[in-house]
Design a protein around this ligand. Structure first.
Ligand code: 26V
Length: 810
């Protein structure tokens, strides 16, 4: 049972007492950082008994557990969300105010845990929040990278990457569990013995051993006393400090060795949607998988009288993309070599336990590993993959004659490469995409032969976001307003936001919504001013595109629109347009040249537009550096327009689209990813859809017929912009943006920026007109909020739980 919640006064007294006992300070001597740690420890004291009780309950009830394996968990900062979920946020806010502190300043002391690249990692974090909040026994397994995703600085318009040493100060949410450490083996020789009964036994010798030490982070459910665990593994040398006493070369050899082991969990690979076969990354993947699977089996044995052949009754493992797909051969290895299962029974267990989520169809992102690398680093795992492949290919040859010719496209090992998506499909009982269109593309195009082989495996689970963080926490004013009119039930049942439709034409309600948006915009305008020195008009349209920088996401289309508007205003300075503030935030992968050029272009255009008095402040272009969860939390509540303009078929789902919709922004978007499902709900009248459809795009890719140069030659607006780039009109030197120019004209505009340019401009003219009609706009905004309940990750998790995991709330 939970303790009665602290009152404001008690909370305040706790802060004061703790300051005395832990810091030997009075309140007026304390700095914001002290207070941050004090509040974290108050929260931890609330959490700890519940954390223990939750684990006990799971044991008592002997319920099935879900393990979400992911190379990324982009949790962001936890103090405010933990306070919210513990039911202590109000008390904390008021106590802090009484003590003379600004709550947001205290919460901002926390360094984001940036252990993810983007959508995939943030999705994992939202899922954990929903699992706990909905009373599911579900835990995360990931890696405790010492360096998270790089910190972005912009110097003269160029992206500079700095290491993100997020653990510099003590991280109050983790606890090291040394007694749960496990040993991971790399390299070595595999020896094969024939046993008396004729079966084979495998033993490994001369392996390199690495300790995996877990650090646990509590995952607090929303006011329900459920605390699940996010377990992050850290690599350590099996040597102890005291072993490092040799002198001379041995000492340095050992230190070096220790260093290279710690490197395994040294940093997060900073790529989103591009795969490079780096050995250290493969090591990381096996490290995560082996430590997690060992731990899962240990827990199963500890709590069950059942034999491991019943594993699937008590355990399900969801792999987040193919990054943890070595879970399949690793589970096979343990069942075969340590538990002495036959191949057939091991395979039956494995394929009943593992479920796979695909997050992309971009071919450059699909993981493959060189066969030789796998053989050298993980010899036994390689043998098992080879055997899986042999059996799978034989099965096609004998049982699916119609697919014989396709074997090279289906084989797990082909052309000296191991194809991890193919391994994941073959070795799991469920394969899901992350939005309806994405799953359809998997079934009908990308993975169509696998779909023929295993039609029942494929299913869709449209992504979601936790409305607790992305509405309640980031936009308390809007949340209160919603509760004022429809009551508080939507917090538990976000689909009930639909009741807002009754108020979507209620002028007094709409005016209040307008007022909240204005206040959020003023707050963001202040942040922009503090960080960039630029003053933006809080009455202007805040037009927002925030996401990783990638060609397919088409930030370029957005900046071309801005250049077009600027050119228009230069020609017609008195053009009557509603002032606009274009807000960007985006990190580019460090080696992604074109993406970095686009960042430079945005800055260059900004430096011209923002200071040109001819256009009378009608346009402002803002790039906020170092996009991360905390920055998103500040921008999203202030967005009027949500730019979701990927080349159709390329964005598997998107989740920023859902976050902005939930905060009342109107989407300008292509029919891609989850935009389509947003459109199904709100209709064309509450959203601005434009551009090629996925079918049209795929048709161009397969049959040709698109010529970017034709558009350049016939559309003066396009010609003008590209010539401005080519002639160095935007740039300190002439060759600055030539690569963008060449990519569009000589590589035939692979992402159809020019093709969608005109419809995009026309759509933005409609946006402009719609924005001027205040009440209509606010009605659209409220309609979007009303339908956004579907995109709570609670709905997504419920679907995973009933369709895939077969688990019930505990
Ligand atoms: C690939 C790689 C390659 C190697 C280095 C590190 C790294 C990190 C991530 C990725 C995978 C990219 C896949 C991805 O993030 N997909 C996104 O998943 C979101 C959640 O499902 C979805 O909303 C986005 O549309 C999709 O692009």
């Amino acid at each position: 049972m939970s303790l009665p919640k602290l009152t404001v006064n008690e909370f305040k007294e706790r802060i004061i007492d703790k300051l005395k006992s832990d810091y030997v300070k009075d309140i007026h001597e304390a700095c914001e950082n002290d207070i941050y740690y004090i509040i974290s420890s108050i929260v931890n004291e609330e959490i700890l008994p519940q954390w223990h009780a939750t684990q006990q309950k799971y044991k008592e009830k002997n319920c099935k557990q879900v393990y979400y394996l992911s190379m990324e968990f982009l949790v962001g900062s936890l103090l405010e969300s933990n306070l919210l979920n513990c039911g202590l946020l109000e008390q904390s806010n008021q106590a802090l105010e009484m003590l003379g502190f600004k709550p947001e300043k205290i919460y901002a002391q926390e360094h984001d845990a940036g252990l993810g690249n983007g959508g995939l990692g943030r999705l994992a974090a939202c899922f954990l929040d929903s699992l706990s909040s909905l009373y599911y026994a579900g835990h995360g397994y990931g890696i405790r990278y010492r360096y998270g995703l790089f910190e972005q600085r912009i110097i003269h318009g160029n992206q500079l990457e700095l290491p993100d040493y997020w653990l510099k100060n003590r991280y109050p949410w983790e606890s090291r569990k040394e007694d749960e450490a496990v040993c991971i083996h790399f390299h070595g020789d595999v020896h094969m013995f024939k046993k008396n009964d004729g079966s084979l036994e495998f033993k490994y010798k001369n392996t390199d051993k690495v300790m995996a030490v877990p650090y646990d982070i509590p995952v607090v459910g929303y006011q329900n006393d459920v605390i699940n665990t996010l377990r992050l593994w850290s690599a350590e040398s099996v040597y102890q400090e005291e072993d490092l006493t040799g002198d001379g070369s041995q000492y340095y050899h050992d230190l070096d060795h220790q260093h290279s082991i710690e490197q395994i969990t040294g940093f997060l690979y900073p790529d989103d949607s591009s795969h490079e076969g780096k050995e250290l990354r493969l090591k990381q993947q096996y490290f995560l998988v082996s430590s997690s699977i060992q731990n899962i089996i240990k827990n199963f044995k500890r709590n069950q009288k059942l034999s491991l052949s019943h594993l699937s009754e008590k355990v399900v493992i969801q792999i987040n993309d193919t990054h943890p797909s070595l879970a399949i051969p690793e589970l096979m290895r343990i069942l075969l070599d340590e538990e002495h299962f036959s191949w057939e029974s091991a395979w039956e267990v494995t394929t009943k336990v593992i479920a796979y989520t695909n997050h992309t169809t971009l071919s450059e992102a699909l993981e493959t590993w060189p066969k030789g690398m796998m053989q050298h680093l993980l010899p036994r795992i390689y043998m098992i993959i080879d055997e899986i492949n042999e059996r799978f290919c034989k099965g096609i040859w004998f049982d699916h004659e119609e697919l014989r010719e396709q074997i090279p496209e289906l084989a797990i090992i082909a052309h000296e490469q191991i194809h991890m998506a193919r391994l994941s499909i073959v070795g799991s009982f469920s394969v899901n995409g992350v939005a309806r269109i994405h799953t359809e593309i998997l079934k009908k195009k990308e993975m169509k032969h696998f779909y023929t082989l295993f039609p029942d495996r494929f299913n869709n689970k449209t992504n979601g976001i936790t409305h607790r963080r992305w509405l309640l926490q980031v936009n308390p004013k809007l949340s209160n307003l919603i509760t004022d009119v429809i009551g508080p039930k939507w917090v538990q049942r976000p689909k009930q936001l639909i009741s807002l439709l009754k108020y979507s034409k209620d002028t007094s309600f709409l005016e209040k919504v307008d007022q909240v948006k204005r206040e959020n915009k003023i707050r963001l305008a202040n942040i922009i001013h503090e960080r960039t020195g630029i003053l933006v008009d809080d009455q202007s349209i805040f037009d927002v595109q925030i996401k990783r920088l990638h060609e397919y996401k088409r930030q370029l289309l957005n900046i071309f629109h801005i250049i077009y508007l600027y050119n228009e205003l230069k020609e017609h300075p008195n053009l009557d347009i509603t002032p606009r503030t274009f807000i960007f935030a985006a990190k580019a992968a460090p080696s992604y040249h074109l993406a970095k050029e686009v960042i430079k272009l945005i800055h260059t255009v900004a430096s011209i537009v923002n200071y040109d008095s001819d256009i009378q402040g009608k346009l402002k272009v803002i790039f906020l550096e170092n996009y991360n969860v905390s920055l998103a939390e500040k921008i999203i509540p202030a967005a009027d327009i949500s730019e979701q303009i990927s080349t159709a078929s390329k964005e598997a789902s998107g989740t920023g689209n859902m976050k902005m919709m939930m905060n009342g922004a109107i989407t300008v978007g292509t029919l891609d990813g989850a935009n389509i499902e947003i459109n199904d709900l709100v209709g064309d009248q509450n959203m601005f859809i434009f551009g090629l459809t996925a079918d049209e795009v795929l048709d161009y890719y397969h049959h040709g017929g698109y010529n970017a140069t034709d558009i350049y030659n016939t559309d003066d607006r396009v010609k003008r912009i590209l010539d401005q780039l080519n002639q160095g009109e935007f740039g300190s030197h002439e060759i600055e943006f030539k690569d963008i120019y060449y990519n569009i004209l000589y590589h035939n505009d692979p992402y159809f920026v020019l093709k969608d340019f005109e419809p995009y401009l026309e759509t933005h003219e409609l946006v402009e007109r719609a924005y001027r009609d205040r009440l209509t706009w606010l009605n659209m905004s409220v309609t979007n909020i009303a339908y956004s309940g579907k995109f709570s990750s609670d709905r997504t998790i419920q679907e995973y739980a009933t369709d895939i995991w077969k688990i019930k709330p505990v």
